[in-house]
Design a binder for this molecule. Structure first.
Ligand code: NI
Length: 410
């Protein structure tokens, strides 16, 4: 067992206690004030320099410089998200949420604890690289990651040096404890919301010829939207167009003036995302026109595709396979049509996001993310810390050219 593994093992209970404490006190996006306090306290205990008050106040950026020559060392960033979800917990655990209606149902308590454990372990060993630890708020829809980027956490403006590589993880119920997995290219989808307002002409349900029925128009649009996946996008690519809500009408004998369609668009490529938006807009507008109505579309642009850079993903494998053994690093996994705001970091620097297995031996299934019975698996904490430390301490010499300059930065 390496010295690092001993340090991680010795911290097992300490980190699990932190996770239980965070789990008992979940906080929604941009309100992670207590969580922020725990992160700062733990960084201070091991003397890790950090800047507080980022991304609306609760974001923290910590820095561990390379042990020798930090000016010429490469800089590796590791990211954790800290927010919880508006769900009422139903785990029955002794450390269950003490805040009614708020719960760590996505395991961000685990992610934050892993990055705290990583800071503790890295503070005790020689480091060939500069390491930035990104504790971000508001992953669940609030785009805290974008704010962290915009405030300069990746370019050395806040603390440390410009980032050469960034890595992040998420607990994954379908993978065994001890395993990690990722893939090159899209790991998670982009996610955009749309709202279509169809303006017709209301009147008596028994005299439809005097009006323009927006419900009939909306129905045609919903059906026609299905052709985007089936006729516009390659069968080998993936897209989701879901209308999740239809609002129209008040009574059986009235044709309303308006109908509303609310939905989501998901894609695994930027070009497919753009095509989806164009086709939804065209189909809604032109079908409404053909039937004598008007359609107005509002877009709520969400997260981009979480895209794993090819070289950063090779670096990931090179770093973790010696520590885990090839058998524990799963083969290329399928992408997931959920979304992640880690994608904003990946738009700026070479990035790799990976799954950390949560399913214990002997379990048939692990509770789903965002479910009321979900709880991060403590057994996965040291595994996540080991993976993050391996990435932080790996040899990235191939990124430097013979002249000592960085071959690729940003
Ligand atoms: Ni999550």
């Amino acid at each position: 067992m390496s010295a690092l593994e001993k340090v991680i093992l010795a911290d097992r209970e300490y980190i699990a206690d932190i996770r239980h404490d965070l789990h008992a006190h979940p906080e929604l996006g941009y309100a992670e004030r207590r969580t922020n306090g725990v992160v700062r306290r733990e960084l201070a205990i091991v003397g890790v320099e950090h800047v507080d008050g980022l991304a609306g106040g609760t974001g923290v950026l910590a820095y561990l410089p390379a042990s020798t020559k930090p000016d010429s060392a490469l800089t590796i960033a590791l990211r954790a998200d800290m927010d919880a979800l508006p769900i009422t917990e139903n785990t029955g655990k002794p450390y269950a949420s003490q805040s009614l209606g708020v719960m760590h149902a996505c395991g961000h308590d685990g992610h934050t604890s892993i990055l705290i454990g990583t800071a503790r372990a890295l503070s005790k060993v020689e480091r060939p690289n500069n390491i930035l630890l990104v504790f971000q708020p508001a992953e669940e829809g609030g785009a805290g990651g974008r704010k962290m980027c915009e405030e300069g956490v990746l370019n050395g403006a806040v603390l440390g040096k410009p980032v050469d590589r960034i890595f992040g993880l998420h607990g994954f119920p379908l993978l065994g404890v001890g395993q990690i997995a990722t893939r090159k290219g899209a790991l998670l989808a982009s996610a955009d919301g749309f709202e279509i307002t169809i303006r017709g002409k209301g009147g008596h349900a028994a005299m439809p010829h005097f009006g323009i029925d927006p419900i009939v128009v909306a129905s045609h649009i919903v059906v026609a939207l299905q052709t985007i996946a089936s006729r516009n996008v390659s069968p080998l690519d993936a897209i989701v167009v879901t209308v999740g809500r239809i609002d129209a009408g008040t009574a059986h004998n009235i044709i309303p003036d308006e109908a509303h369609l609310i939905g989501t668009l998901r894609a695994l490529h930027k070009a497919t995302r753009e095509l989806g938006e164009k086709r939804i807009t065209q189909i809604a507008t032109d079908i409404a026109h053909a039937l004598g109505a008007e359609a107005r579309i509002e877009w709520l642009h969400g997260y981009p595709v979480t895209w794993n850079d090819g070289e950063a993903t090779d670096d990931f494998r090179r770093a973790v396979e010696p520590a885990f053994g090839e058998a524990l690093v799963a083969e290329e996994v399928e992408p997931v049509m959920g979304a992640e705001d880690f994608s904003f970091y990946g738009e700026r620097v070479p990035a790799c996001f990976y799954w950390l297995g949560l399913l214990s031996k002997g379990m048939d299934r692990y509770p789903n993310l965002h479910a009321t019975d979900f709880d991060f698996n403590d057994a996965a904490l040291p595994v996540g810390i080991k993976a993050m430390c391996s990435l932080a301490l790996a040899d990235y010499a191939h990124l430097k050219t013979s002249s000592g300059e960085f071959a690729a930065r940003g």
